[in-house]
Design a protein around this ligand. Structure first.
Ligand SMILES: [Zn+2]
Length: 398
């Protein structure tokens, strides 16, 4: 089925590209043409359904590259969250995960990466959506994250303490049908009695074993790394994305490593801050110099050529699935140009997930993942929350 969408402007994806009085022509699940209205109109056969959005912007569907569908963001605290995800039946968890994925889609997120689930359930939700049995965004699933026994998120069921254990767990995740492997290279925050965030959980050799086994199975690796040492080791071992990338060396100490950042830039290892819309509250609570240590890493990395991608850690208490826009405003606060932020949330994040030829930009041949919003998000990022239309692989989301 052909569908013609026209609006005041089309932003195809890359910063600086804009078609005034633009149009997008969709045939079934694919985009067939993008350009000025009169040119695209000439390509559309008689009888093509046309929708015009006055005062609106058409852009690629957004990418949230770091969520946890298995986590209930309405949990009172981390302990309650852990308890729920440990005890829920597969069926009820899978149902809740599908519901959260749909909430993300309705907000304009047409692709999300699940960065750690239980039992590979995100891949099952993905399969339901791909098969047309459920509606939702494209899902890139990592399965349960590899961690050490008793380590960060051990309760998701993928702890490994030896090289052999690491290889076995990577294979088990591959058998669950995952698209990537996630490893908790450093500690984190939500698991009681586990190593602190800045401490490495695996050493460089172990990470090399993990990456080699994943690569053998055709799976890229996403490494959760708050600690400077863990970041350095994960980059050296060949991780494709670094999650959080906080450069921590202790509870209140940060040491950004320019050599590692340069290596990330040179090799295209991307960083995902995995920062929710709660950034405002966090910044208000922190002394200014600490806030600079925490959030200043993002412009610092960007200045060094590290490609940043967008994720919210949705599922953690207070981080909803339907407010990527609120999380993106952090980057505007840090001085990033809106056009750049939009490119991060589309082109860059799709590329980081290996989907650069599939989605993340509006161009002929790409999947018809389309977001139409009132206003111009380049003038006000808040416009992203004012959704007129979402197409996911050509299907209208209502
Ligand atoms: Zn996470």
């Amino acid at each position: 089925m052909l569908r013609l969408i026209t609006a005041d402007r089309v932003l195809p994806g890359p910063e600086g590209e804009c078609v005034e009085d633009g149009a997008v022509l969709v045939d079934g699940t694919r985009v067939v043409a993008v350009g000025p209205c009169r040119e695209v109109l000439a390509l559309a056969p008689e009888g093509t359904g046309r929708q015009h959005f006055d005062g609106a912007t058409v852009l690629p569907g957004l990418v949230n590259a770091h969520v946890h569908l298995a986590f209930d963001e309405t949990s009172a605290d981390a302990a309650a969250l852990v308890e729920t995800v440990r005890t829920a039946s597969d069926e009820s968890l899978r149902h809740a995960m599908g519901r959260r994925a749909l909430a993300a889609l309705r907000s304009g997120v047409t692709t999300l990466r699940d960065c750690g689930d239980r039992g590979g359930l995100a891949a099952r939700v993905r399969d339901d959506i791909t098969a047309g049995a459920a509606r939702g965004p494209r899902i890139v699933a990592t399965g349960p994250p590899l961690t050490v026994p008793g380590g960060h998120c051990w309760f998701l069921g993928a702890a490994a303490g030896s090289d052999r254990g690491i290889r076995d767990q990577v294979r088990r995740n591959a058998e669950l049908g995952v698209d990537m492997i996630k490893v908790m290279a450093s500690g984190g925050q939500i698991t009681p009695h586990s190593p602190p965030s800045w401490t490495s959980q695996f050493d460089r050799d172990q990470l090399r074993v993990l990456v080699a086994e994943a690569e053998r199975l055709g799976l890229p690796v996403a490494a959760h790394a708050h600690g400077t040492e863990a970041i350095r080791d994960a980059v050296a071992a060949g991780a494709r994305t670094i999650e959080h990338c906080s450069w921590m060396t202790g509870q209140r100490s940060v040491r950004r490593d320019p050599a590692t950042a340069a290596e990330m830039a040179a090799r295209g290892v991307r960083a995902c801050a995995a920062s929710s819309r709660n950034w405002r509250t966090i910044i208000e609570k922190l002394p200014p110099e600490v806030a600079e240590q925490v959030y200043g890493r993002l412009p610092w990395m960007a200045e060094r050529g590290v490609d940043l991608i967008t994720g919210t850690d949705a599922g953690l208490p207070g981080s909803p699935f339907d407010d990527l826009a609120g999380a993106l405003e952090l980057y505007a606060h840090l001085g990033f140009a809106p056009g750049r932020i939009l490119e991060m949330a589309t082109v860059s994040s799709a590329a980081a997930l290996g989907l650069g030829e599939v989605t993340g930009r509006l161009a002929a041949g790409r999947d018809a993942d389309v977001l139409v919003v009132h206003g111009d998000p380049r003038a006000d990022l808040g416009a992203l929350a004012d959704v007129c239309l979402v197409l996911a692989r050509g299907a209208v989301v209502d």
